[in-house]
Design a protein around this ligand. Sequence first.
Ligand code: ATP
Length: 929
Amino acid sequence: MPELSALEICRLAPSQVYRALTTSPQGLSADDVRRRTIRDGPNSLQALRRTPLISRFARQFTHFLALLLWVAAGLAFLADALHEGQGMATLGWAILGVILINAVFAFLQEYKAERAVQALRNLLPAKAWVMRDGQQQQIARSELVPGDVLILEEGEQVPADARLTEAVGMRVDNSSLTGESKPQRRIAEPITDGHPLDIPNLVFAGTTVLSGHGQGVVFATGLKTEFGKIARLTTTVQTGLSPLQQEIVKVTHVVAGLSLVMGLIFFTIGVGMGLGFWTSAIFGIGIIVANVPEGLLPTVTLALAMGSQRMAARKALIKHLASVETLGCTTVICTDKTGTLTENRMRVDKLYVDDLVVESRESCLFTRNRLISAAEAERWRPLFDAMVHCNNAKRTRRPDGRSQATGDPTETALLEFAADHGLLHRPPLRRMGELPFDADRKRMTTLHWGEGRLLAFTKGAPESVLPLCTRQQSSSAVTELTLDERKKVLAQGQVFAQQAYRVLALAMREVERGVEELDADTVEHGLTFLGLVAMMDPPHREVPDAITTCRRAGIRVIMITGDHPLTALAIARKIGLAQESVVTAPGRFVPVIEGSQIDTFSDDQLRRLLTPTSPGEPDPIFARMAPRHKMRIVSVLKGMREVVAVTGDGVNDAPALKTADIGIAMGVAGTDVAKETASMILLDDNFATIVSAIEEGRAVFTNIRKFITYVLASNVPEVMPYLAFGLSSAPLALTVPQILAVDLGTDMVPALALAAEPPHGNIMDEPPRPRTERLLNREVLVRAYGFLGLIETAIAMGGFFLYLHSQGWTWGTPLDWNAPLYKEATTVTFAGIVAAQAANVFACRSDRTSAFRLGWFSNPLIVVGIVVESTLLLILTYSPVGHWVLGTASLPAWIFIPLIVGAIGLLLADELHKLVGGRLKARQPVPAK
Ligand code: ATP
């Protein structure tokens, strides 16, 4: 196949395009595809160049905190060389070890987090519709080859550069290539000249179809596309830190600053007490590095990534880590009905035709329980023709040989109905044009040629179609549609809607020959009403429970649907969103608001409508909404400082998705445009999944708090020995290497285990966390430093003095730092902190719920953490390596008994604290939200 440039291909007539690209309207054969894939490669862009792993690893040795550690190690070696401090070289080596362990750990965490986020991207492979071997098929975009016949629908991203051979009302957004966001019209006719990106019969990879649909032949794929040429220039992708990550950086800096002050104070005290300059300096730096939460940022990043992985397992795909945290703060969910609250699996149940309600049961039609024969049904042929022809769904053959309709669920339901009842058999009319469905107009019209006539079929919401009708079709004749008849039809539509049916009206007219351009003014008037179709779309099974959970969790759910108010209300009742009895008296709360009313409201009125006057008051239901109304509601809610999550699927939903705090697109029914704009994608299009994701979002935040509480608590028993040493004549109960062994050794795995806690049952019993709430608030600091930390100090230092006294030491007796008794006693302090932290990890699993109620094995990582922690303690206490690096000494077994009793005491004290705290909280009145 000769390679053709965009300028050559745009000049050809559609029929010549197929020949030039050696393909046909039936598409390529499997053999052609194989050969072209070998020749042209896959339709993907070369993987973007990333920072090499080695330099990312090197970065772990050069950040601020690592530099601090380097300085400390350097000073230790210098002191040793100057013979200024005892065992300073050992300390130097210990700090170097810490730098290495820290770097490896941080690197692995970051790498794991990045891999997790990347794996999520592959969960939603990009697809394209093509004709191959005469069949319409959906394939992965990467499998497209030049010559493929591409089918493009509204909202899709164009997967490769293609020359259009068919275009119906098509407009594209080329802004990703040209920066120009004005929609551009696309046609199939030949064009002689122009700049390639402006030629209206070409579409380019990376751009999107804003409206209409079309068909084209691919002429460039992968790096040969215009988009590929630009992507070649791109090198690395920069991703910023999420607000929570930024806060962690701030927390790290605050804690580092505090440690610096403490280090300086200790240095001054040391020098004042005659410890010598070098020894005091090293201990001062030891204090600083021991208290700085070095591993916090990578652990938080990993916690966010693990949270998004857990969300993906529950079918919510998060596109940016920042959204994980925002989700936890969500206060309002604005949700569509069709496909989110309901299954979007529609089925035609009833028709209203010829003044009769006709029911469809098991492929038969009945009226008042009387079976209607096929011959009888033939009299309603115009209605069936409209259902089949004013329809873009397609019947395709499945691998098992059976036919199946694919496309918009409303339209597939019409096609399936016709197929089920054997109504497809007439020779198809030739489609001449289309006014595509549009959520604002709520109708669509198609134009056809057949049997020497030009026919237009219209279908849509009854209020949108009926005003265009002047006549109606009965079995025997076409008669005038009188006012009474019109009322009767609308009343029947309301009866269907009250029964939770989605209702469509169908109409037709013969169009004068010579109508060149299909537009609403020339065609959509003087129509003949054919009948109503009622479709059932049942709610997802999980939705009622999810709505109840939202209520418990203080999250408001607002339905915003394009459907009829009565259908919306009927579904709202089914899922527990609306009460059985609804008050609509003037001046009272009106629960169902229509789009036309919204247009008359000022922002203030809308704000009042959206402000609940009392807790538990049902939120209004918004029906017959156009995308612009949705956008307005979202903006007003945001102005009310609500954290708004919004669902959407169409191109027109993109502005609302972008404006919301969390834009949620449907993974199955959503367009590429919606998915591109959204921050979260529902892989199963189910409302209940949003609620699960919010639960995970809340869990991530509380988990990060849990491990921060855990890590900060151990800082107190680490610092207290130094304060005691500085302020009294007490011997120093803990050495700097032992502090580092706790922070960067024994504490590591249990802290990670806390970051992986599954959400606890009661996490959705509390109101949403205010977005302004700090991670490190007073409650966390008091619990970590003032409560848990102090008990840990009592255990560790109590153990230290108990051991000294048991060995005959008395207060005031000087202790040689190299004496075996001193080494054993400091090892007891070290063991005491580790034992206390083992109990603390259970205490930190929740700040409210009793550790005994959470189940000991509900987070297996905790058990792993305790095992690793205990093993490390034993190795460091009893092995020569431990003795050499940490200056520890082997301990007699009996000393572990008071340490373990102390640890159990910590857990019990925390239980008591939770019990009393819980009781006090229960007595407080619940603040009105
Ligand atoms: P939601 O906004 O909750 O997804 P929806 O799907 O009913 O609800 P729209 O897609 O805006 O919202 O549809 C609004 C109305 O337009 C429907 O109630 C129906 O009467 C009509 N309609 C929907 N799909 C089509 C279609 N393919 N052709 C013609 N009319 C349609």
